[in-house]
Design a protein around this ligand. Structure first.
Ligand code: HEC
Ligand code: HEC
Length: 198
């Protein structure tokens, strides 16, 4: 029995060691450049930059690849990812997904309450699909779908406007179809709601 327990500990320890190496590799890259805007723990320096703390692993790696290939446009990010390999991108995804997200109470509670209705039921005026079906009950997304909870409200609103106007096109048109139907009031409300979720 004791021997079996020992084998189990060894089996669990092996992948943990590989993950430690990946985390160390990512930490070096973050300390070299990303921290300037996104912070060492993914809690961004100002609201100009999206928060990466607790963002989902595969989603981050995909965005980095999309910035590099030009599928996702950005003034800043292509320069940041030019030298990254796919292994670096995976390591960065793992690293940020492991950082704890901090609470960010909404600044406008009544706007956030309207946003909750949009999030759970879809846009009343525009028949935009409900967000909860894909992004989850608490806005945590899934393995490959983005976490929206605790994200900067103005960043979320900008992304929704960019999807709607087909400025951001790296999502195979899922978000375009939804965001194009949203009113600006719905965009502001749902963004305020999501920024306050933990
Ligand atoms: C000079 C500031 C700056 C630096 C440095 C920077 N970023 Fe960014 N990052 C941004 C901005 C701004 C955006 C939002 C996209 C846009 O509008 O350009 C962004 C977006 C992202 C996103 C997408 C987030 C999402 O929710 O879709 C990821 C992932 C990311 N950055 C990772 C990194 C990594 C990894 C590094 C280091 C290799 C890095 N960034 C360095 C400014 C920066
Ligand atoms: C059918 C599934 C689906 C539904 C419904 C959906 N989304 Fe998304 N959403 C996605 C996917 C997939 C992505 C990631 C696209 C990519 O790979 O860049 C995404 C990305 C986003 C992003 C960008 C996040 C970031 O960090 O840059 C925002 C903001 C967003 N969705 C908001 C919403 C809102 C608000 C609603 C409801 C009005 C909604 N979504 C409904 C699938 C969905």
């Amino acid at each position: 029995m004791r021997a079996l327990a020992f084998v189990c500990v060894l089996a669990a320890a092996a992948p943990a060691g590989a993950q430690e190496a990946e985390l160390a590799r990512a930490k070096k890259i973050v300390a070299g450049s990303c921290f300037l805007c996104h912070g060492m723990q993914g809690e961004s320096a100002t609201e100009l930059f999206p928060r990466l703390a607790a963002q989902n692993e595969k989603y981050i790696a995909k965005q980095l690849a999309n910035f590099k290939s030009g599928e996702r446009k950005s003034e800043v990010m292509p320069r940041m990812v030019g030298a990254l390999t796919p292994e670096d991108m995976r390591a960065l995804g793992l690293y940020f997904s492991r950082q704890a997200s901090r609470p960010h109470p909404p600044t406008d509670a009544s706007l956030a309450a309207q946003g909750m209705v949009v999030y759970r039921q879809g846009g009343a005026a525009t028949e935009a699909a409900a967000c909860v079906g894909c992004h989850g009950e608490r806005g945590h997304g899934s393995e490959s779908l983005p976490r929206l909870a605790g994200q900067v409200a103005s960043y979320l609103a900008t992304q929704l406007r960019n999807f709607g106007a087909r400025v951001r096109t790296n999502d195979n048109a899922v978000m375009h179809t939804i965001a194009a139907k949203m009113t600006d009031g719905e965009i502001r409300a749902v963004s305020e709601y999501l920024s306050g979720l933990e």
